[in-house]
Design a protein around this ligand. Structure first.
Ligand SMILES: NC(=O)c1ccc[n+]([C@@H]2O[C@H](COP(=O)([O-])OP(=O)(O)OC[C@H]3O[C@@H](n4cnc5c(N)ncnc54)[C@H](OP(=O)(O)O)[C@@H]3O)[C@@H](O)[C@H]2O)c1
Length: 238
């Protein structure tokens, strides 16, 4: 049975991926920071191995990798999903915004991947799936440090894919547009304007089930009506 490790897994896209893979019979390890969210996940899916870890904390990431390998022996699929969004433009955001966004969206993914790659390389199999964003390939006025960090995560994915080709390890970049999760709490938009997280999870599952001879390199998904932009807020309360 495959072992799948999903970061940022107690809500939203990460949780939808956990539900999908657990439902398909995989052994799933899920991490997040908050105990409450993990307890709710554990109650809903008792077979999932739920672990507290802040992906911004290097020592915690090392401990997660060590403990998961000790308990499960191997990780076949790593889903680097944990991330955070902080709105702002480059000219107006705080000086610490870039480091904050890189820590939340890149550094932990980079570190955890490096801890798990040796086993994948040794077995000549495995997959790393990075949850990037359409902000990884689009420039927009209020992209700010979030968009910079997501571009970096996409660059990490592309470089790792090239490096892993001779080792049989596949690297997938998943680039969702607006997806209905708590990230959008308080934003006055109808749910129909966003994709369901289950659709994003379905694409992750499809990429995973391809033969080892195939890698789905980039998965770009958008709401059917397109990216959310200024016109969506015309008429909204200021
Ligand atoms: N929703 C969208 O429209 C959208 C679009 C494009 C890309 N994305 C990307 O998709 C990923 C998931 O987004 P989402 O909307 O599903 O987010 P979400 O609903 O806010 O859920 C985030 C999950 O990650 C966990 N988490 C946050 N920071 C963490 C950290 N430092 N270490 C470990 N876990 C952490 C959260 O739990 P705790 O708070 O308890 O840690 C939660 O389980 C993110 O990388 C996001 O950038 C989202």
């Amino acid at each position: 049975m495959s072992v799948v490790l999903v970061t940022g897994a107690s809500r939203g896209i990460g949780r939808a991926i956990v539900e999908r893979f657990a439902g398909e019979g995989a052994t799933v390890v899920a991490c997040a920071r908050g105990r409450e969210g993990l307890d709710a996940l554990q109650a809903a899916l008792p077979a999932v191995d739920c672990r507290a870890c802040d992906m911004r904390d290097a020592a915690a990431v090392d401990a997660l990798a060590r403990d998961v390998l000790a308990r499960h022996g191997a990780v076949d699929l790593l889903v680097n999903n944990a991330g955070a969004f902080r709105p702002g433009g480059i000219a107006s955001e705080d000086d610490d915004a870039l480091l904050d966004m890189l820590q939340a969206n890149l550094f932990g993914a980079y570190r955890l991947t490096r801890r798990l790659l040796p086993g994948m390389i040794e077995r000549r199999s495995g997959m790393v799936l990075n949850v990037c964003s359409t902000a990884s390939i689009a420039a927009y006025p209020n992209g700010g440090s979030y968009s910079i960090a997501k571009h970096a995560l996409y660059g990490f994915s592309r470089n790792l894919r090239e490096e892993m080709k001779p080792h049989g390890v596949r690297v997938v970049a998943l680039l969702p547009g607006a997806t209905l999760t708590a990230s959008w709490d308080g934003v006055p938009l109808p749910p129909e304007r966003m994709m369901p997280a289950e659709d994003v999870a379905a694409m992750a599952w499809t990429a995973w089930t391809m033969s080892a001879r195939t890698v789905v390199e980039d998965i770009v998904m958008r709401p059917q009506l397109g990216d959310i932009g200024e016109s969506d807020f015309a008429g909204s309360p200021a």
